[in-house]
Ligand binder design. Structure first.
Ligand SMILES: Cc1cc2nc3c(=O)[nH]c(=O)nc-3n(C[C@H](O)[C@H](O)[C@H](O)COP(=O)(O)OP(=O)(O)OC[C@H]3O[C@@H](n4cnc5c(N)ncnc54)[C@H](O)[C@@H]3O)c2cc1C
Length: 467
């Protein structure tokens, strides 16, 4: 293990491996420390098409393509009284698809690719503590496995904290993680064999089926199993779990009775793994960057899994971090400019999706208290920095009463337009801040001649601050 590195990345999930690979490809010395030994289990199997152009930039797309993951053509929703198919092709009119992945295998492919691109990757090594020079993190103390005696210190010039929900910087040092009042849910899930395949929606679709106080996902995986999970209000979940004597399976199967679709799919199936449970409260750090560091992926913010946006946000922020940190270390922009762009571009992507998820729940809120409880509070709406993005989403969705579209169609249209989530490869990149027209705070991403940031010519507006 080196004792000094130019860039330290904490965490080898999609955010960390994306940022690390892109920075190594730009010629920087990058060290990545990952607490778990890979391959490691992770929830979050359904990927959106928007992640694919980033896989291309990483140079790992072909390997992912050949690996044999289930091709995902879209989603099928049974959402309250509506049945609804989201076919990625219909939205963009191109050959748009994505994958349903076993995350341990997908994340390992990305991390191995980081290694192949020159990142000094160490898994089984946990960052235990960070050292600071004022507000700037400058060193990390690590331990190997559980052995406290096998430890050391590494100093660095720049830190990418991609430590996921652990959020080393945000939870331990900045203490600036805010949990949303909306989406206070808990998920429980398991893996099943002999699930009756979904006979609705595009091939390889995720099924999302509401029940009176929550919803199920069912995701087909390439090893012949399905990931099937239930999302429920946290307080209600705790009550039901207590009533079930702590038996997660009982909570799950009681709810299955309320969804004829999931019940039918699971009729001849057997569970092949223990039930797991995880709080999936949505949260966001007050700031995503500061002197000498950025927070990427779940380490910065997390969004309810309803629209399967987690890996998209992780790889998108990894791309922003790769470009932003490259430009600031090459001194093409000041640290304030590069980190200001990073914060604003990532927050904008997150907040637009947060609002869309809220609208998605709201489209069904008259049906039950659970769906009503997912609405953003007035205070949360006002806290959103990008009031403009809120307006952008609201316009067009709020007036669905006048439209022939269903609420879900309207939300999907907005997702396609604003979140570039379902776009084909070229369109997805074009919708990111990759041109003067889409500049964020007067700055945009460039890929040629090198990955980095560029200022719009004749910028007059003030640059955003990292906070
Ligand atoms: C119930 C549920 C369902 C979900 N479903 C989906 C879905 O269908 N699709 C989707 O896209 N997303 C989904 N997500 C979200 C998705 O799992 C995450 O958003 C995504 O994994 C974030 O990637 P990341 O790289 O930021 O973090 P992670 O993938 O969590 O990676 C962080 C890594 O950091 C490591 N680490 C942590 N602390 C330290 C430390 N101190 N030192 C060294 N390493 C450390 C961890 O071991 C981990 O490997 C779901 C989430 C939940 C809770």
């Amino acid at each position: 293990m080196r004792t000094h590195t130019r860039i330290l990345v904490i965490g080898g999930g999609p955010a960390g491996s994306t940022a690390a690979t892109l920075l190594a490809k730009e010629g920087f010395e990058v060290t990545l420390l990952e607490a778990a030994t890979f391959p490691r289990y992770h929830i979050g199997e359904s990927i959106l098409p928007s992640a694919l152009p980033v896989l291309d930039l990483l140079g790992v797309r072909e390997k992912i393509e050949e690996y044999g993951f289930v091709r995902k053509g879209g989603a099928y929703f049974e959402w309250g009284p509506e049945n609804w198919e989201l076919n990625f092709n219909h939205l963009e009119g191109s050959d748009t698809y994505s994958y349903q992945v076993i995350r341990s295998e997908f994340d390992k492919l990305l991390l191995d690719n980081a290694r192949e691109n020159g990142v000094d990757v160490h898994d089984g090594i946990r960052v235990a503590e960070l050292g600071f020079d004022g507000a700037r993190p400058v060193s990390a103390t690590w331990t190997r496995g559980r052995d406290k005696d096998d430890s050391g210190t590494i100093t660095f010039d720049f830190l990418v904290d991609a430590s996921g929900r652990n959020g080393v910087m945000a939870t331990k040092y900045l203490k600036n993680r805010q949990v949303n009042e909306a989406f206070k849910n808990i998920a429980t899930w398991s893996y099943f064999r002999n699930v009756k395949p979904l006979d609705k929606g595009p091939e390889g679709a995720i099924a999302v089926c509401s029940v009176p106080d929550g919803w199920f996902w069912a995701i087909p995986l390439h090893d012949g199993t399905h990931s099937v999970g239930l999302v429920r209000n946290a307080a209600k979940f705790a009550e039901q779990r207590q009533a079930a004597g702590g038996d997660l399976g009982k909570v799950f199967f009681d709810a299955v009775e309320s969804s004829s679709r999931i019940k039918d799919m699971l009729a001849g199936a057997e569970s092949v793994a223990d039930f797991k449970a995880e709080q999936d409260y949505s949260y966001s750090a007050d700031s995503f960057a500061g002197p000498g560091y950025v927070l990427a992926g779940d380490a910065a913010c997390f969004l309810d899994p309803l629209l399967s946006t987690g890996v998209h946000l992780a790889t998108f922020s990894g791309l922003l971090a790769g470009a932003g940190v490259s430009s600031l270390l090459r001194e093409e922009l000041t640290e304030e400019e590069a980190l200001g762009f990073y914060t604003q571009a990532y927050r904008q992507a997150y907040e637009r999706l947060l609002i869309l998820v809220s609208f998605f729940y709201k489209s069904f809120s008259r049906q039950s208290q659970f769906f009503e409880a997912q609405k953003l509070t007035r205070r949360e709406r006002h806290m959103l920095n990008l009031y403009e993005s809120f307006l952008y989403v609201v316009t067009g969705v709020e007036d669905i009463a006048d439209s022939k579209d269903s609420a879900l169609d309207a939300v999907a249209r907005r997702m396609a337009e604003s979140g570039h989530l379902f776009a084909g490869e070229n369109e997805a990149l074009a919708a990111m801040p990759t041109s003067e027209r889409n500049a964020v705070g007067g700055i945009y991403l460039v890929f040629e001649p090198r990955l980095g940031l560029r200022k719009r010519t004749g910028v007059t507006e003030p640059q955003p601050s990292p906070a």
